[in-house]
Ligand binder design. Structure first.
Ligand code: TYD
Ligand code: MG
Length: 468
């Protein structure tokens, strides 16, 4: 009988080490190794799922791998066109973001469309609680079976008994196997449970979806740990105060990564957003002082985003910069370039910049729109409402090229914009005959072209003497 052993496991990346170390040799994280006792485990190996003899590629049957389409097109899209039989997909996200809601919707709709049983295992909510949620979302749930269980061996026994078309496990952190002496959610538990589910999925050719909580500090078994094991990793993300959620694929053995699906959390569950660009633009673009639009790319999908800025004379102390939904480092660079290369006196101004709609824009392609919005607010000169701005701002004030400009322009054209500032060295054609491209070399030229002439003199902005 093999003996149990003690190892030290990194909570971030799952690296094992025979002795304690301050720094994880795998991921370099400090103070992340924890002692764990591993009982004599019946090692789960992927090998068991397949026959061992080599087989010529030409003779390998490719049937049985037709994807299962989902009625939520946005989820299908992120998966690369539907669920692959025998695949294990991780739905990661912060607690409360909407993983359970989305998985319940997918489970119920799949049961209905395939007319075969789907098993939804929850270690977090009781059956009546799930029923209430399903009612609220308006799911009839025909063919959907609920199971409250956290012991993986029991769960797998039920999975074998029901032989469902799809299994959902909510969440990987709540299930455990008795073969590992450790609380659910621990690194070894999570890894072993996921490995067994992979084996089961491959052997039964059933797709399995698992929810996984991800906390920012990665204190519990981190997502990187599971990423190695599962076939597909999707993250559900969203800004705290926005009802929009983005489902993003970060690993996909059966499709392209960086696909996104966009949803809105409503009273009755998550609804897919059919025309996302319209969502992130404000309805009324009459007053465009301090506001510029940029088509950013989310995966391969262009989205129009409005960047807003407000400059205000610093009332005391150091001028402050605040970025919401934008990269703070990039905002510092853009304000510095505007001060030095376009001679805006931002040294005495607080600058607040934000991306509207709750999207996080990290792309350098949004630099020019941010610069335009800041300059527009400072000069009190509106940005042409028909215009989008695309380009990265370099340190010497040059406007640098960015990828896939044509795609971005096509989206701007589709939503009724008629002009675009583009980097001068981008060799692009306008998306339609009445769309005007304005190539710009540097930031000063971009401001001249992008801001309407009215009111270009610099106003002396006084701060009010109010309470704040
Ligand atoms: P949930 O799916 O439980 O999140 P997770 O499983 O990722 O922890 O979603 C929780 C939030 O979603 C909760 O704060 C309430 C909100 N919500 C709605 O706004 N509408 C709905 O129809 C549902 C079911 C939840
Ligand atoms: Mg949940």
């Amino acid at each position: 009988m093999p003996k149990s052993r003690v190892v030290f496991v990194c909570s971030g990346c799952g690296q094992e080490s025979p002795k304690w170390q301050g720094k994880c040799p795998g991921c370099g994280e400090w103070n992340s190794l924890f002692e764990q006792t591993i009982a004599a485990v019946k090692a789960t190996s992927l090998r068991r799922a397949s026959t061992n003899a080599p087989q010529a590629l030409s003779e390998v049957a490719s049937t049985g791998h037709e994807r299962i389409p989902l009625s939520m097109g946005e989820v299908s899209r992120v998966l690369g066109g539907g669920l692959v039989p025998g695949s294990l997909t991780l739905f990661g996200g912060e607690p409360g973001i909407g993983k359970s809601t989305l998985l319940l919707q997918v489970a119920a709709q799949t049961a209905e469309s395939l007319k075969s049983p789907v098993l939804y295992v929850s270690g977090e909510e009781t059956r009546p609680q799930i029923k209430i949620r399903a009612k609220r979302i308006g799911l009839r749930g025909e063919g959907l079976y609920l199971l409250n269980e956290t012991d993986l061996d029991q769960i797998m026994a039920e999975m074998d008994k029901l032989s469902p078309a799809l299994v959902v496990i909510d969440s990987i952190q709540t299930i455990y196997t008795n073969d590992i002496e450790m609380a659910p959610g621990g690194v070894s538990q999570v890894r072993e449970c996921a490995a067994r589910l992979v084996t089961w999925a491959k052997a039964s050719q059933t797709p399995v979806l698992i929810a996984g909580h991800v906390t920012k500090d990665g204190a519990i078994a981190g997502p990187r740990l599971l990423e190695h094991i599962v076939d597909t990793v999707l993250y559900l993300e969203g800004e705290p105060f926005s009802s929009y959620r983005i489902l993003r694929s970060v690993k996909n053995r059966y499709g392209s990564v960086n696909e996104v699906g966009i949803f809105e959390m409503k009273e009755d569950g998550l609804r897919q957003v059919d025309n996302p660009s319209e969502v992130f633009l404000s309805r009324d673009r009459q007053n465009t002082v301090g506001s510029a639009v940029v088509p950013v790319l989310e995966g391969s999908r262009p989205l129009l985003v409005e960047i807003q800025a407000l400059t205000n004379m610093t009332s005391f102390g150091q001028p402050r910069r605040t970025a919401n939904g934008l990269d703070f480092g990039r905002l510092l660079i853009i304000t510095a370039v505007l001060s030095r290369r376009a001679y805006l006196k931002l040294g005495t101004q607080d600058v607040i910049a934000s991306a509207t709609g709750g999207l996080h824009v990290a792309e350098p392609a949004a630099d020019l729109a941010a610069a335009l919005a800041i300059a527009s607010s400072y000069k009190n000169a509106p940005v042409d409402p028909q215009l989008v701005a695309i380009g990265e701002v370099g340190l010497s004030g040059e406007i640098r090229n960015v990828p896939q400009i044509e795609r971005r322009l096509a989206e701007a054209d589709r939503l009724g914009f008629r002009k675009a500032l583009v980097p001068a060295n981008a060799r692009v054609k306008p998306p339609s005959t009445d769309f005007k491209l304005i190539p710009v070399r540097d930031i000063r030229q971009a401001l001249r072209e992008g801001l309407t002439a009215a009111d270009q003199e610099e106003p002396e902005v006084e701060t009010g003497q109010g309470l704040f």
